[in-house]
Design a protein around this ligand. Structure first.
Ligand code: PPE
Length: 305
């Protein structure tokens, strides 16, 4: 998706002009894929722009770095303030925010321990990730021929740049085959997640979503959706899913920061009723929550000020 530039990017403690936020071609992480990042959204609220679960995202960035043995030079609180600075500088009412920490220029070779760590935060406008009518019409999924990487190959709990090689292979394969998105199975053949979203399946009134142990990222939207679904009175749990569970689902949706809540209308050309009542109810409540319109979720909405 093409990027629309904004005015400033936060780089290593300073707001720099968008075009000045450049790196050297011998930047370590470009070569070896070891960077950690986040995807966050800010939404327009009655009190101005607010970042959804900003602190939770920065805490996950720190957890990702910890898994990678990467010592981030900025605290969660500093990154939260830096993000608010970037969003404020953009003048945008709503935007997508991309913090990234990476090994910089100066070292080559696989030993990351001597490498410098650079941190940047950018934001820009980003519309519906899976199409404007993904919540109502749904998207078409295909089971990927690519296996989700395993816990002893690439840690799925860490949102690392390198992990997304697996996702991009699956995404392009699905698009080339005429589908919207790929569902990825793990080494055991169980459903893990999609290329950039967690998966929820409803059967007999119970909502199930594969956990981290299945190779899924611990999604912040997944967590929000589980809270919302339970508050709406649905039984909602983390649990195992096979592809057959999906084929016979009463309804299914994907969720993520970029994709928000997107309904699924089929997997491997087997129709899934869409949009189902739970998907619609949860999706609509999520849309209100991110805009600060639901009192019980107001702590999720972090105002830029
Ligand atoms: N799984 C994967 C693999 C994933 O990339 C994401 C987010 C999620 C689950 C959902 O996580 P959360 O955003 O915390 O609910 N994917 C981000 C990157 C998308 C991109 O194209 O880049 C996102 O949604 O921002």
């Amino acid at each position: 998706m093409p990027i629309t530039p904004t005015s400033k990017i936060w780089m290593n403690g300073e707001l720099v002009d968008w075009d000045a936020a450049q790196i050297h071609v011998l930047t370590h992480s470009l070569h070896y894929g070891m960077g950690v990042f986040e995807g966050i959204r800010a939404y327009e609220t009655a009190q101005g722009p607010a970042v959804f679960r900003l602190t939770d995202h920065m805490e996950r960035l720190h957890r990702s770095a910890r898994i990678m043995m990467m010592e981030l030079p900025y605290s969660v609180e500093e990154l939260v303030e830096a993000t608010k600075d970037v969003v404020r500088a953009s003048g945008l009412a709503s935007c997508y925010i991309r913090p990234i920490a990476y090994y910089g220029y100066g070292e080559m070779g696989l030993n990351t321990l001597p490498c410098s760590i650079d941190v940047a935060i950018a934001c820009w406008p980003w519309g519906a990730y899976l199409g404007d009518d993904a919540l109502t019409k749904g998207i078409r999924l295909k089971t990927s021929s690519w296996t989700r990487h395993d816990h002893n190959t690439m840690p799925p709990a860490a949102k690392t740049t390198g992990n997304y090689v697996n996702s991009s292979l699956a995404k392009v394969e699905a698009l080339k085959a005429g589908y919207d998105e790929a569902i990825m199975l793990n080494k055991a053949g169980l459903v893990s997640e999609c290329t950039g979203e967690n998966v929820f399946v409803a059967r007999n009134g119970v909502l199930l979503s594969p956990p981290l142990s299945a190779g899924a990222l611990e999604g912040i939207t997944q967590d929000s959706v589980m809270t919302i679904a339970r508050d709406l009175g649905y039984d909602c749990q983390l649990g195992e899913l096979t592809r057959s569970d999906v084929y016979v689902a009463d309804e299914m949706f994907l969720c993520g920061t970029a994709a928000e809540v997107s309904a699924v209308n089929s997997l491997d050309d087997r129709a899934i009723p869409c949009p189902g009542p739970i998907t619609t109810a949860v999706g609509e409540e999520y849309h209100r929550a991110i805009r600060g319109q639901v009192d019980r979720y107001k702590d999720w909405v972090e105002h830029v000020g």
